[in-house]
Design a binder for this molecule. Sequence first.
Ligand code: AMP
Length: 279
Amino acid sequence: MRIIKKIDELRAVVKDWKKNGLSVGLVPTMGYLHEGHKSLIDRAVSENDRVVVSDFVNPTQFGPNEDLETYPRDINADAALCEAAGADVIFNPEAEEMYRDALTTVNMTKITEVLCGKTRPTHFAGVCTVVSKLFNIVTPDRAYFGQKDAQQLCVIRKMVSDLNFDIEIVGCPIVREADGLAKSSRNTYLSREERQAALCISRGLNIGKGMVEGGEESAAAVIEAVENEIRREPLARIDYVEAVDYNDLKPLVKIQKPFLCAAAVYIGKTRLIDNFIVE
Ligand code: AMP
């Protein structure tokens, strides 16, 4: 497995693969890889001849008061995980290599303005821009994204359709810790007490999921039950809990499928997201 830092070098490697008729999978990440990322890499390895994992803490998707500087990084551990999983290349560019004096961004309206977009108004432009660039650099046949970031997956699918990228987007289920907490690179910020407190998110969402599976039709009732469970935890502060149509992310009154119940919750200073989807 190779660690590549330059765009031209990666392009040359991919060109060679394509010349030999090999299919290419791309797994975009911000590094500090865990089992959630690994599930995407495993799937990509099983479905493609060659796999590129991008490992890039993308500055443009962080807001001014967010955790860009402190975001955890460990390229050696990431390389070991990718190698063991059977990936062929880690693409680990510097921000300067990716952006130089770029003046272009990829913006999307509507579905980027709801849920996480309300408190992170520039986030999805950063995501769409970097993912477009990765798509153009790697030209993958398939790209793999986690349902953990359900809104991001929805945004990427829409971007691929709107901009006619000839790439199959594969959504992969959320990988959790044994006690239910969704795996996240940001979990490393949590103290022991906060780590325990963070369980209120998956607990709350599980209650909501049980209600929907039991036939509950009122979105407001589901949201209220999820919020009530999270509010029982003193270290938790809710950013949002919302129930939306998973196609257009519009709020639902009556539950209909596909349905996304998404939550963003601060545990101390750490903002965590989680969700459940009923297809
Ligand atoms: P990140 O490095 O946090 O930007 O995540 C890179 C990719 O891994 C995104 O598509 C995420 O949705 C996915 N991912 C992160 N955590 C998980 C998880 N716990 N389960 C499944 N996918 C995940």
